[in-house]
Design a protein around this ligand. Structure first.
Ligand code: GDP
Ligand code: CA
Length: 318
């Protein structure tokens, strides 16, 4: 059985870990990761979502934080600060920095990001095929209400998503192409899962890569999503700021309608939290396949059950 997941960072990585625990050897999982958050910081290429996936699935993630390495230290960034240099608003731990240096070195030899990612993932054995959405440098920028354009990570990390955002734009989008294997992972899958990732700047960015949305719309695989919104709030973090910026209400039903039902939209089915059972009822009355169940990813066994409930909605539970 072939399962493909369209993932951002923490939400997608945790979901995928549960999915792997559920499926074991019965399936091959491909993860198409958002790379719109990637940035060059003082000469090194940082790929936040790819790294969160790699560390989470490789057993090295800082569990409480959800991203970065366990047992991390900050000696390098502290020492850079002593020169009055470095990354003022973006934390780069020492161990994490090794990943960025390794990635940058491989990119400088001319390898595309997809091959670099495969090479880095060899060490972490994430038990999935990990694909960046594109090998091109597509970056999500935020156009603020006063007309400035800044990198998404600067808006998110430095400004804690408090600067009013007018819209999100992706650089180089028109000329970007899906990375090798991405379209096939969507069209040749037995089931595609949209995990509880940020619908705007994680999954939305992947869908914006030319060809991806159409591949999903027309794939013969069923597509099931899990709501990243529980009880009118993003469970962790500030994803409501992204939804608000694009005029979508922060509710399980509004996010489903934003993705839309195939063939015009990208989903067939939507799993909401048990607290949002009325959202599932409303969607069913509009013709959706919808279910309600606990969706808080508190630990791996609980997350495996969420994955099972999602797959069961589209009859894809092996
Ligand atoms: P990021 O790139 O690290 O922001 O991670 P993602 O895009 O993968 O997902 C972040 C989103 O996942 C958050 O904004 C939440 O809406 C959602 N999320 C996080 N934890 C949970 C959880 O336990 N359950 C559900 N249903 N959603 C979650
Ligand atoms: Ca992210």
């Amino acid at each position: 059985m072939k399962v493909t997941v369209l993932s951002g960072g923490v939400g997608g990585a945790r979901f995928t870990r549960g999915l792997l625990s559920l499926l074991g050897e019965r399936a091959h999982v491909t993860v198409v990761a958002n790379t719109g958050d990637d940035l060059w910081l003082h000469g090194v290429r940082v790929c936040p979502d790819l790294d969160t996936l790699m560390y989470t699935l490789g057993g090295a993630v800082h569990e409480e934080q959800g991203w970065g390495r366990r047992d991390e230290t900050r000696r390098t960034s502290d020492d850079l600060a002593a020169y009055g240099l470095g990354w003022e608003w973006f934390t780069l731990g020492d161990l994490d920095l090794a990943t960025h240096l390794a990635r940058t070195e491989l990119l400088r030899t001319g390898l595309p990001l997809s091959q670099v990612t495969a090479r880095l993932a060899e060490r972490w054995a994430p038990r999935v095929t990990l694909l960046p959405m594109t090998d091109d440098e597509v970056e999500t920028h935020v156009v603020t209400a006063d007309g400035q354009e800044i990198h998404f990570e600067e808006w998110w990390v430095r400004h804690r998503a408090t600067l009013p955002a007018a819209r999100f734009v992706q650089t180089n989008l028109a000329t970007a192409a899906p990375a090798p294997g991405v379209l096939a992972a969507l069209t040749e899958a037995d089931v595609v899962v949209v995990p509880p990732s940020n619908p705007v700047v994680s999954v939305g960015t992947i869908l914006a890569i030319p060809g991806v949305r159409d591949a999903l719309r027309t794939s013969s695989a069923p597509v099931v999503g899990v709501s990243p919104v529980i009880g009118g709030a993003p469970v962790r973090g500030m994803a409501d700021a992204c939804l608000t910026a694009i005029g979508v209400e922060t509710s399980a039903v509004a996010v489903a309608r934003h993705y839309g039902r195939r063939p015009d939209g990208v989903l067939d089915a939507w799993l909401v939290d048990e607290r949002d059972a009325d959202a599932a009822d409303a969607l069913r009355s509009e013709g959706w396949i919808a279910g309600a169940a606990p969706t808080l990813m508190t630990d791996v066994p609980t997350t495996a059950r969420i994955a099972a409930d999602a797959l069961a909605l589209v009859g894809a539970l092996p």
